[in-house]
Design a protein around this ligand. Structure first.
Ligand SMILES: *Cc1c(COP(=O)(O)O)cnc(C)c1O
Length: 442
């Protein structure tokens, strides 16, 4: 989000009391920005191919029904990896033919539901293929079915998010002894298996490595199709699911790299991918939402410790889990505002921006040069639209903050609509066994 647009939204959020003493954390999502990113994604692929492309938003990046509904209206589908995520897409009205199920741990019940609905399923491993054999022998399905492969091409800068390492838990490890032949065999034995899926990882994977992973999957599809053409007279793999993983720039307001750059790189590196012989599925998450989200928190107290200034705010591990536990991999920019929500200036002073949770590492930023914060000021953690406030962590029974979509009239007036209300204390009690008070008393 451009900084002046963000500043107007922050001012309005304070004015309209979305952020207040009672609600010291609030999250903003720039609705028009999300729409623009969805449109850029579609245009980027339309510019390089006439093949049908399903852009399935990776739900884990923003698991809110109104977000899924918005993206669905923008022509996107959804990639889900749990019964909860599937339920959200259904609640949002995403049509089954635009849903892709990818979890590595699908239960028989999940598989049964998916093939009954007709949502696409990417099997993770040979045992899952056997389960599908059994299911399909009982009832036919409209579900397109695929297999996830791990090209084992290595990782990026964040180990935890690198899914194509030699020992990753995802998909069939293609370079393991005999694996490639087994994959070809799996397709020869199963005429219903028509897709290949690969996802090299998220954030920290260079574009060139993403492209290499996709080239490996493409080359495997070509090999499978030659084999099935010889054996059965048909090119069986008709769709390639190329995953997501476009990295986000957390260092400035610039949206780089762009979907268009990535699509052009793929067109150059894997030309056969786009020549019309394959349908395509993409699974972008972070790159669609991250830059459109802003997390706001009030400064409750300020203090010094060991001579270091510390601002104790209400945003910490519950809304910025990755940044708190792995700060080197997930630095966030912090913008500062005064108690009325006006940009705060002043000489920069190194200070820690701390969260409310009861452990020492609950810090959003360490020794960050910022205008010296005071109680009542507002801090904004930028680029937090994906995997932050929507991936709440229930530590210290801290409530989930409200999430507000915002748009702007031509005259600069900001309009908010709640996409998720702030969690009430009664809800926390309820989901913490409140109805089972005496359960452990014997
Ligand atoms: C997490 C995930 C994605 C989305 O990754 P982003 O980095 O958010 O684009 C896509 N596909 C699969 C299989 C994933 O696990």
């Amino acid at each position: 989000m451009a900084s002046d647009r963000r500043d107007r939204a922050v001012r309005a959020a304070v004015d309209q009391r979305l952020l207040s003493q009672d609600h010291p954390v609030a999250a903003l999502l720039d609705t028009e920005g999300v729409r623009a990113s969805a449109a850029e994604l579609r245009a980027a692929f339309a510019a390089v191919t006439d093949a049908p492309v399903l852009h399935a938003f990776a739900v884990k990046a923003g698991p809110l029904v109104p977000v899924l509904r918005l993206l669905s209206q923008e022509g996107l589908g959804a990639e889900v990896a749990s019964p909860g995520e599937l339920a959200l897409t259904r609640a949002a009205g995403v049509p089954p033919e635009r849903i892709v199920l990818d979890s590595p741990a699908k239960t028989p019940a999940e598989l049964t539901e998916a093939v009954a609905l007709g949502v696409a399923v990417n099997a993770d491993n040979p045992q899952e293929l056997s389960r599908l054999d059994t299911l399909l022998s009982r009832s036919p399905t409209a579900s397109p079915l695929g297999l996830r492969v791990n090209p084992q091409i290595g990782g990026g800068t964040i180990d935890a998010l690198s899914t194509a390492t030699p020992t990753s838990k995802f998909g069939i490890a293609l370079r393991d002894q005999g694996a490639r032949d087994e994959v070809v065999r799996a397709f020869l034995d199963r005429p219903w298996l028509t897709r290949l899926h690969t996802h090299t990882g998220s954030q920290g994977i260079p574009l060139s490595l993403l492209a290499t992973g996709i080239r490996e999957a493409y080359e495997l599809a070509e090999e499978i199709n030659e084999a099935t053409l010889r054996a059965h007279g048909r090119r069986q793999v008709d769709t390639l699911d190329i995953g997501g993983g476009l990295p986000v720039n957390f260092a400035s307001d610039e949206h780089t790299p762009t979907f268009a750059e990535y699509a052009r790189l793929l067109a150059a590196e894997v030309p056969g991918l786009f020549d019309g012989r394959y349908g395509l599925v993409t699974e972008f998450g972070r790159s669609l939402l991250a830059k459109h989200g802003t997390l706001l928190a009030r400064v409750e107290y300020t203090k010094t410790s060991g001579a270091r200034p510390i601002a104790v705010t209400h945003a910490g591990v519950q809304v910025a889990t990755r940044t708190v536990y792995d700060p080197d991999s997930w630095p966030l920019r912090i913008a500062t505002y005064d108690a009325e929500g006006r940009p705060k200036d002043g000489p920069l002073t190194d200070q820690d921006v701390a969260g409310p949770a009861c452990f020492a590492g609950d810090l959003l930023a360490v020794e960050r040069p910022l205008p010296l914060l005071e109680p009542g000021d507002v801090i904004a953690a930028l680029d937090t639209g994906a995997y932050y406030f929507t991936a709440h962590y229930a530590y210290n029974s801290l409530p989930r903050p409200g999430v507000y979509g915002h748009t702007e009239s031509p005259d600069g007036t900001v309009h908010f609509t709640p996409a998720r209300p702030p969690q009430q204390l009664a809800e926390i009690v309820a989901e913490s066994g409140g109805a089972h008070r005496d359960a452990l008393l014997g």
